[in-house]
Design a protein around this ligand. Structure first.
Ligand SMILES: NC(=O)C1=CN([C@@H]2O[C@H](COP(=O)(O)OP(=O)(O)OC[C@H]3O[C@@H](n4cnc5c(N)ncnc54)[C@H](OP(=O)(O)O)[C@@H]3O)[C@@H](O)[C@H]2O)C=CC1
Ligand SMILES: C[C@H]1O[C@H](OP(=O)(O)OP(=O)(O)OC[C@H]2O[C@@H](n3cnc4c(=O)[nH]c(N)nc43)[C@H](O)[C@@H]2O)[C@@H](O)[C@@H](O)C1=O
Length: 317
């Protein structure tokens, strides 16, 4: 990917896409092709073909998808399977047809079986039943992995697939119904602190364990693999360590400065009991994450205060 290469970042306003865009811009890439969803709906196959025919990007980072936390996945499975199948099928096929040199597809750690041995190696894919709360999303992601591999085998198309663990960082979705746990808890603790409430409700039992990667580290890994990896095998992207939701809640309370009580709403789902990736494939290539969790949470909280809490305050929300 030379600095003049024409690069399409699909989903450049999302958590991951915006981090990849920041990183590309910081490294001096200027020939970037960007479209908002309003300008190009990636579920519309004809529009996607027209776009690739006109723009002819050389590299594609596919970071557009229907994404959400445990409750959104469990409540809207039809949207998750439909939109993700359409977006990824259209973009991967158009990339192949219109001569893209390399495409990077993003899966997720939820593609692995619910009770996979921990940490989860890439070869555990399709070895057991999935977690029901995100089965529709996971099946779409697994189809995307298969499609990238099939296009490599049949057509020699250079697509690679990354399986990131749970991500967080600036630009995340802070909506309490649809977000992932980190943005939800940052917001809940912040709002409790500023309004003087003494209790914060955390979903589930607090016992599930999750692994969290800052999105700037994910963007770093995405560029690293775009440059150095051309294989068919999927690659896990994570930090190699996990923590319980209870420990996470206590850490976020500390970061935000909330000193009240944390209560657990066990009517909400826990989801997969544990999701820790085996990252030895990626680490053996020489890549390492740089941002420790507490530092990443402090930086994300500062971003939330400046961009989300401030804007809501200004709107009186
Ligand atoms: N967040 C996480 O914890 C994880 C994410 N991933 C993967 O990373 C990728 C990016 O996720 P993330 O950045 O978190 O998601 P976001 O929801 O933050 O961003 C998704 C982006 O996709 C765009 N998009 C969605 N639907 C369409 C459409 N029909 N046409 C055009 N654009 C569309 C959105 O546009 P708009 O802004 O206009 O709505 C948005 O920019 C996904 O593949 C996801 O599965 C993997 C593991 C964990
Ligand atoms: C990235 C990943 O994200 C999803 O899977 P998940 O890991 O279960 O994601 P989550 O961040 O929503 O929850 C993690 C844990 O945290 C608990 N939890 C506590 N309190 C809140 C809370 O307030 N909000 C949320 N969302 N969760 C909470 C929650 O009950 C669960 O035990 C899938 O979409 C999946 O498809 C996927 O790819």
């Amino acid at each position: 990917m030379d600095k003049g290469a024409k690069i399409y970042v699909a989903g450049h306003r999302g958590l991951v896409g915006s981090a990849i865009l920041r990183r590309l811009q910081a490294e001096g890439y200027q020939n970037l092709v960007l479209r908002t969803r309003k300008e190009l709906d990636l579920t519309d196959q004809r529009a996607v073909y027209r776009f690739f025919e006109e723009e002819r990007p050389e590299y594609v980072f596919l970071a557009a998808a229907k994404v959400g936390g445990i409750l959104a996945n469990a409540t809207y499975p039809a949207d998750f399977i439909r939109e993700n199948l359409l977006i990824q099928t259209n973009v991967i096929d158009a990339a192949y047809r219109y001569g893209v040199k390399k495409l990077l597809f993003l899966g997720s750690s939820c593609i692995y079986p619910k009770y996979a041995p921990q940490p989860m190696k890439e070869e555990y894919l399709l070895t057991g039943p999935l977690e029901p709360t995100n089965e529709a999303y996971a099946v779409a992601k697994i189809a995307g992995i298969e499609m990238v591999q099939a296009y490599r085998r049949q057509y020699g198309f250079n697509g690679i697939s990354l399986m990131p663990t749970n991500l967080y960082g600036p630009g995340d979705n802070f909506d309490l119904e649809t977000s992932h746990v980190i943005p939800a808890l940052l917001r809940k603790f912040h709002e409790a602190k500023v309004s003087g409430r003494w209790e914060v409700v955390v979903w589930g039992t607090g016992t599930p364990r999750r692994e969290f990667l800052h999105v700037d580290d994910l963007a770093d890994a995405a560029l690293f693999l775009m440059r150095h990896y051309d294989g068919e095998e999927i690659v896990n992207v994570g930090v190699g360590e996990d923590i319980s939701i209870r420990e996470l809640a206590e850490l976020i309370a500390k970061v935000v400065g909330f000193r009240g009580k944390i209560v657990y709403d066990t009517s909400k789902p826990d989801g997969t009991p544990r999701k820790l990736l085996d990252v030895s494939r990626l680490f053996s290539m020489g890549w390492r994450p740089r941002i420790p969790l507490e530092e990443g949470l402090r930086q994300t909280y500062a971003w939330f205060q400046a961009h989300v809490a401030e804007a809501r305050g200004a709107r009186g929300g």
